[in-house]
Design a protein around this ligand. Structure first.
Ligand SMILES: [Zn+2]
Length: 256
């Protein structure tokens, strides 16, 4: 029995696509990098895959027509050049990939793209600005799913890498790929000495290996599959409604 989901391009076939018409393309974007000692290198990719698929299902079942493209597996990891097999692709490479994807969508009349970002090092704002000039008929936007909810309502400890939130998600989504708790590092990290960094108005890239010993940032100790499931369900519902709204939005009439 064929089980291909109609909103997942990787599972689609030409038989169903030759007459299809989608309203919104979603491009999930991950990274391949160490996640503390205990989570897999593809953590951001798995998160992007599961979240975007479930959100697209919600939008589809409400009557929208989104299509999720295959996840881009590599992200910007310029600050982790000395961490074994963290694979960096540069922002200029991301610009080139997006330019090519947009060229296809633009030619074929899918004039909305949502970049579904799963990795903090990916910064799409300057790229979206530049691509907007190149593709005036395209509506291009991006969402960072990890910023879509108030984390403190779900998790005790904060952080931004392989922490309680990501560990909980992976315990729910891919428990067979998570090492036992005895291997979890504490995810403790150092901060810049100059105060303006923590006040948020000065930025420099963190040299990851100098900031965190186990590559994690944030203590995963209180993570659980139950917390992961609740967070996953709520992010998917919020994102699913966003996909629906973007599908139905009139790009000539966006403001009120
Ligand atoms: Zn991650």
């Amino acid at each position: 029995m064929n089980k291909s989901r109609p909103y997942i391009l990787a599972e689609a076939n030409w038989q169903t696509l030759k007459n299809a018409q989608f309203e919104l393309a979603i491009l999930p974007w991950g990274a391949t990098e160490a996640h503390n000692y205990h989570l897999p290198y593809a953590t951001d990719i798995y998160e992007a895959d599961f979240l975007s698929a479930e959100a697209a299902k919600i939008a589809w079942e409400r009557g929208a027509k989104p299509i999720v493209l295959p996840t881009i597996p590599f992200g910007v990891n310029t600050g982790q050049s000395d961490i074994y097999l963290d694979i960096n692709i540069n922002p200029t490479t991301q610009l080139a990939i997006l330019d090519d994807v947009l060229t296809t969508l633009n030619r074929q009349g899918i004039n909305k793209l949502l970049i579904f970002n799963s990795h903090g090092g990916n910064n799409f704002k300057p790229l979206v600005r530049e691509l907007g000039l190149r593709f005036p008929k395209m509506f291009i936007c991006f969402a960072n799913w990890f910023q879509s909810m108030k984390r403190e309502e779900y998790f005790t400890n904060d952080g931004d890498h392989a922490e309680e939130m990501e560990t909980s998600l992976m315990l729910y989504l891919k428990p067979e790929l998570v090492l036992p708790k005895t291997f979890w590092g504490t995810g403790s990290s150092k901060k810049f000495k100059i105060k303006a960094f923590s006040e948020g108005w000065l930025w420099a890239e963190r040299k990851w290996s100098a900031v965190s010993e186990d590559t994690g940032i944030g203590d995963p100790a209180l993570a659980s599959a139950e917390k992961g499931q609740k967070f996953f369900d709520d992010v998917c519902l919020k994102m699913g409604n966003l996909f629906f709204d973007l599908c139905k939005a009139d790009t000539e009439d966006l403001y009120e």
